[in-house]
Design a protein around this ligand. Structure first.
Ligand SMILES: [Zn+2]
Length: 203
């Protein structure tokens, strides 16, 4: 792939991206896509953006493509967590981009549904991701956890834990799990997420 001039701190790579991959018992797929990859100067605090340049992938939510043509690789929170755990780009490509392209090729070649964890779109997808990432169950627990992440750590520690243990957050292991998310997004983003989920989930 080629490196375009770096403008405003954003690095853009374009070119043919080839992969050859199989997953468990699935078909071996060898395919290529002409891609544009935009990497923010704030990487890995900002998720890289991928788009396809030859119209091989329909710009349609059924294909997990956003209206602006960029790939929908999953919720921002999940992708940021992944980058926080393993920040190098090749790991990210390996764990997020290649499975996504594999699923696109599989759908095009075999007419199958999207082969990886058909994630819900929009708020429902974010909610499901939060349930898994925070290891909590239900709308109220997830919204409450997001609200706690929107508060200062000291304040949140004195609030009731969202897991249902009836203790303060500081006295439950949920505390450590949630704190792992504090460096990933700013408090204001968690507040916004809590508010939008509350509205969409009718809480
Ligand atoms: Zn708890």
């Amino acid at each position: 792939m080629n490196l375009a001039p770096v403008i405003g701190g954003v690095t853009v790579l374009t070119g043919l991206f080839e992969f050859s991959r199989t997953y468990k018992n699935r078909d071996l797929i060898h395919d290529s896509y002409k891609l544009k990859i935009t990497i923010s100067e704030k990487y890995p605090k900002v998720v890289p953006v991928f788009e396809e340049l030859e119209g091989k992938i329909p710009r349609n939510p059924d294909y997990h493509v956003n209206p602006d043509g960029t790939f929908c690789l999953g919720s921002e929170l999940r992708l940021l967590k992944q980058l926080a755990d393993t920040p190098d780009l090749s790991s990210f490509v390996d764990s997020s981009l290649i499975p996504y392209l594999y699923a696109q090729s599989h759908k095009r070649m075999f007419g199958s549904d999207f082969v990886f964890g058909e994630l819900q779109h929009g708020e429902l997808g974010i909610f499901e991701d939060c349930e898994n990432l925070f290891r909590l169950n239900g709308k109220h627990a997830v919204v409450s956890a997001l609200e706690l992440l929107g508060k200062r750590r000291r304040v949140a520690n004195k609030c009731i834990c969202p897991c249902g243990c009836q203790r303060n957050l500081s006295q439950c292991c949920t505390h450590n799990r949630l704190n792992g998310f504090r460096l990933i997004m700013p408090r204001t983003r968690y507040k916004e997420l809590a508010l939008s989920l509350k509205y969409k989930l009718n809480i």
